[in-house]
Every structure is written in structure tokens, then in C-alpha cells.
Design a binder for this molecule. Structure first.
Ligand SMILES: [Zn+2]
Length: 301
């Protein structure tokens, strides 16, 4: 498969093995599945033809290309693949070997260091635990070969079941601020659902944000796309769930471009969507500012 030609054609930034983040035989680009600090974590193995992110694991080639290139999965990606020498074998036989869902080892109740982290960010630890069922890890926490030490474990619940998780570093010293559940352990991928409390959603109006802490700040009307690179699956869920959606992504140019793209896609599907610009990101707002923002959005209901 000619991944380099495909990346060039679609303007995807990539690096090959002369780059420090690349092992020989791999072509790396930014992973569309994991949030947090940017980096070229998603590798394409040239010889065996599969995607692997060193933060969030194996991903199906069709879903990965659909997310990366932002084109619908089953029709367009499949039509596109033969032009780049992508064979049926790549699509059909590299099937993910699913492992039973599990949190990292030693996932427990929050300790004083986790509580301190939340308090420093103006989150009430007890309320956050109660509402969002968060858990925590200490110095030893592994899931397969992935290390999850010193993190707050954020369960992703969907239709009453825990299907995935994300994990926030509380030391602010680890390479990845967020480290997602490896794909092979997910019951449902975190980019195939929306993060939030489904039972509390209001079909009249929803507030779309980037990540879990933004949801915690804005409360039960909010849901997150796990990064600004939303998927078609997520747009479909949004359009089936809400009549109106206010988008509150952070104020960086790339996030604003994505917000406006999302608005067009939602409008195309008949959702009344609009952009709410704020300074910084929603998770960083004070409780007072957050309440004011939510009240203002709801007035539009
Ligand atoms: Zn990843």
C-alpha cells in the first residue's frame, strides 16, 4: 500500500524512519484517536500493513483512514483504497483481536494526590467521583504493555456499560497528558461514542466540547468528542440525539476550524448548531463562568 502517496495527496503530515520518533519500517503521523499532546504516535507498518499507535494500540485500517482523512467509512474509504494499492487482505484479514475490557492493574479509589490534582483545577473530588465514576492509579498500573501510573481513570459509559476509558496524568510530568484505553480492550471505541451522561441529556439541546474535564465543568448538558477530530459516527449520534447543539471547543485556530466544520455537518443533518467562543478551554473556566455560559446557551433552547 502506498501510504506516502496517500498522505501526500490528503495533506497529512508524516515522518519516515529518518525521524527520531520513527522506528525503521514505519511511517508515522498524528494519531486521530488519542487526545492530549500532539505527536507522531500513529505508525503504519510498511511490511505487514497495519496501523499501531504507541499510546492507544491497534486500529482497523478502514476506521483509521476514515478518521484521519475525515471521509465516511464504508463507502468512500473502500472506494479509495484500491487507488493506493490497498488490497482486500489489508481490509479483511487484519482483524483486531479483542481482549476483555479491563481497567489497568491496581485501579482503585482516589488518594490524596489525585484529590489535590482535582482541587487545583477547581473540581470537587467527591462530586466528580459521584457523578463521573472516576477512579485512580498509583505507582504501579499496567494494561498489557502500556503504563498507566499516577493517573485519574475516566470511565466511558455507553448504554449503561463501561466500554472504554481515558487516563489523565496527575503529575503533569509524563509524556502523555491523556492515555486512552488500548483499542483491543475497548468494547466500543471512544471515537465511536460521545463522552457524557447519556441518561441526563436533553433532546432539545446539547453542548459539544472536546474532552471529559470540559464535560465535568459544564455539567450534564455537555458531551465530548474526545479531541477536536470528531468522527462521522459521532456526528450521526449527535444528529440523532439533539435538536440544537452549541459547540464550545477551545480558542486555538485548529479547534475553531473543526468547530465550524462540525457546525456545517450538523446543519446539513438538520441540527440547529452554532459556535460559542470562549477564552482558553471550557475545563479551565471558573464554576461561575461555566454556569453563566450554560445559562446563556440554554436561553437559546
Ligand atoms: Zn493513538
Amino acid at each position: 500500500m502506498d501510504i506516502i502517496r496517500l498522505y501526500n495527496d490528503f495533506g497529512i503530515e508524516y515522518k519516515t524512519e529518518d525521524h527520531k520518533h520513527c522506528r525503521p519500517g514505519w511511517v508515522n503521523c498524528e494519531c486521530p484517536f488519542c487526545t492530549g499532546n500532539a505527536g507522531l504516535h500513529l505508525g503504519w507498518n510498511l511490511q505487514d500493513e497495519y496501523f499501531m499507535c504507541w499510546r492507544c494500540g491497534w486500529h482497523s485500517p478502514v476506521l483509521t483512514l476514515s478518521t484521519l482523512l475525515n471521509i465516511p467509512e464504508y463507502d468512500e474509504v473502500r472506494k479509495l483504497l484500491p487507488q493506493y494499492g490497498i488490497t482486500r487482505t489489508v481490509i479483511q484479514h487484519k482483524i483486531i483481536e479483542k481482549i476483555d475490557f479491563s481497567f489497568p492493574t491496581n485501579t482503585n479509589e482516589l488518594q490524596s494526590n489525585h484529590r489535590k490534582y482535582l482541587l487545583n483545577r477547581n473540581f470537587d473530588p467527591d462530586k466528580t467521583i459521584e457523578k463521573w465514576h472516576i477512579k485512580a492509579t498509583g505507582p504501579i498500573a499496567m494494561l498489557d504493555k502500556y503504563n498507566y501510573k499516577f493517573r485519574i481513570i475516566i470511565p466511558f459509559e455507553w448504554n449503561g456499560q463501561t466500554v472504554s476509558f481515558d487516563a489523565r496524568d496527575i503529575t503533569d510530568k509524563q509524556l502523555n497528558k491523556y492515555q486512552a484505553c488500548p483499542a483491543e480492550y475497548e468494547i466500543k471505541g471512544h471515537k465511536q461514542i460521545l463522552y457524557g451522561n447519556q441518561e441526563k441529556w436533553n433532546p432539545d439541546i446539547g453542548i459539544c466540547v472536546e474532552g471529559p474535564t470540559d464535560v465535568w465543568r459544564l455539567g450534564e448538558f455537555a458531551f465530548a468528542t474526545s479531541g477536536i477530530k470528531y468522527t462521522h459516527e459521532q456526528v450521526r449520534i449527535m444528529a440523532n440525539t439533539f435538536k440544537k447543539i452549541a459547540i464550545v471547543y477551545d480558542d486555538e485556530p485548529q479547534a475553531q476550524i473543526q468547530a465550524n466544520k462540525l457546525i456545517s455537518e450538523l446543519k446539513f443533518r438538520g441540527v440547529n448548531a452554532w459556535n460559542v467562543k470562549i477564552k482558553g478551554d471550557p475545563g479551565g473556566l471558573s464554576k461561575y463562568e461555566a454556569n453563566k455560559l450554560v445559562t446563556k446557551v440554554l436561553r437559546n433552547k
